[in-house]
Design a protein around this ligand. Structure first.
Ligand SMILES: *Cc1c(COP(=O)(O)O)cnc(C)c1O
Length: 367
């Protein structure tokens, strides 16, 4: 049996008619930038998240960077974030000239460690970026408590958790602002690069709109040096169609995770990373001994897997100038050697999940 890690072709086949119609419509209007489709998606997505404003951007990385700039974060400022995340979270901080300050993660779920946040804060700290990694919402009560005590901004990196909830509120409405990626393989993905910002703050939304569009509020009046980072009309039209299916796809992901969880606790030396809360399972992550051998054995049985992420950010060459050391974030370093992301997408069958868990059991128990 062959089990792909993600399966966008099946997903797109399922809604091909709707997608074709939406793209055709943009084509016929031939309004590709700053189009009605973008505004319609922005309104739909803000409402879906339970936020006020959405500002669509060219990528998730751009969304983070534009948000940081909109808040005036730059040289001399520090921003606290987890050391186990995709590089973009820290990259955006570095790109605005601020310093990313890493915090270790919790062993149970790989999310930011709250005690570590306190220790990382100093007089230069401006903001916290909790990351709802793997689709698992961070305990935002804990984050808000720390932020309030130190007077800090909170920006969610919700790039892996579209639709996840914490205390009935969706991601995107859990802090001062949020950044989303709509990279194709995310829970809500475009057919190309795209991202977005959500916030209740009208002023920040307006600044973000200006920054994504050459620093102009009005054509030919450039108030600041901005950038070209708008979402294009075709991506917006596609995302608007897909938004209607997001809850159903997330529900399918949860069902698949439940199937995995019938078998994984029975596999000796194999542990699932936190599956509690209102998780939307962007990824299904387990911990296994001899991870690279297990991964190889699964590949030989036709099962594609991933590692999210094999190198904690403090050990990436791009951040060598921060002079972090091996052993500085022991939990993230240990997890990096043991974590394995098994296939997860809304169209996995029960048979495929059973096959993966059977092969996983064999691979873990060999050797
Ligand atoms: C995907 C992702 C991003 C970046 O998004 P792009 O759209 O690829 O720029 C940022 N943060 C996290 C946690 C992500 O998973």
């Amino acid at each position: 049996m062959r089990v792909p890690f993600v399966d966008l072709a099946t997903l797109h086949r399922e809604i091909a008619g709707e997608l074709r119609e939406a793209v055709d419509d943009v084509w016929q209007r031939s309004a590709f930038t700053g189009a009605a489709a973008v505004e319609e998606f922005e309104q739909g997505f803000a409402a879906y998240c339970g936020s006020e404003h959405c500002v669509a951007t060219g990528s998730g990385t751009a969304a983070l960077e534009i948000l940081l700039r909109a808040y005036g974060i730059g040289p001399g400022d520090e921003v606290v974030l987890p050391v186990n995340t995709f590089i973009a979270t820290a990259e955006a901080v570095a790109l605005v000239g601020a310093r990313p300050v890493f915090v270790d993660v919790q062993e149970t779920d790989g999310l930011i460690d709250f005690d570590g946040i306190d220790a990382a804060i100093n007089s230069a700290t401006r903001a916290l970026i909790p990351v709802h990694l793997y689709g698992h919402p961070v305990d935002m009560d804990q984050v808000a408590r720390i932020a309030r005590r130190h007077g800090l901004l909170v920006i969610e990196d919700a790039s892996q958790a579209h639709g996840a909830r914490f205390r009935e509120q969706r991601t995107g409405a859990l802090a001062d602002a949020a950044a989303f990626s709509f990279y194709p393989a995310k829970n809500l993905g475009a057919c190309g690069e795209a991202g977005g910002i959500t916030t209740r703050d009208a002023e920040i939304a307006e600044r973000a709109r200006m920054l994504r569009d050459h620093g102009a509020r009005q054509k030919h009046c450039h108030e600041v040096v901005g950038r070209n980072d708008r979402m294009d009309g075709i991506q917006a039209a596609i995302l608007k169609v897909k938004l209607h299916h997001l809850d159903r796809w997330n529900q399918q992901r949860r069902q698949i995770a439940a199937w995995y969880m019938e078998a994984i606790p029975e596999i000796r030396h194999c542990h699932a990373m936190g599956t509690g809360g209102d998780h939307v399972f962007h990824l299904m992550v387990v911990r296994v001994p001899r991870r690279d051998q297990v991964r190889q054995a699964l590949m030989e049985q036709g099962i594609q897997t991933g590692v999210h992420y094999p190198t904690p950010l403090h050990l990436q060459p791009a951040f060598a100038h921060l002079q972090c050391t091996v052993g500085e974030f022991p939990v993230a370093e240990k997890l990096a050697e043991e974590i394995l992301s098994v296939p997860m997408h809304p169209h996995l069958s029960r048979e495929q999940v059973n096959y993966v868990t059977a092969q996983l059991r064999d691979a873990v128990h060999q050797g």
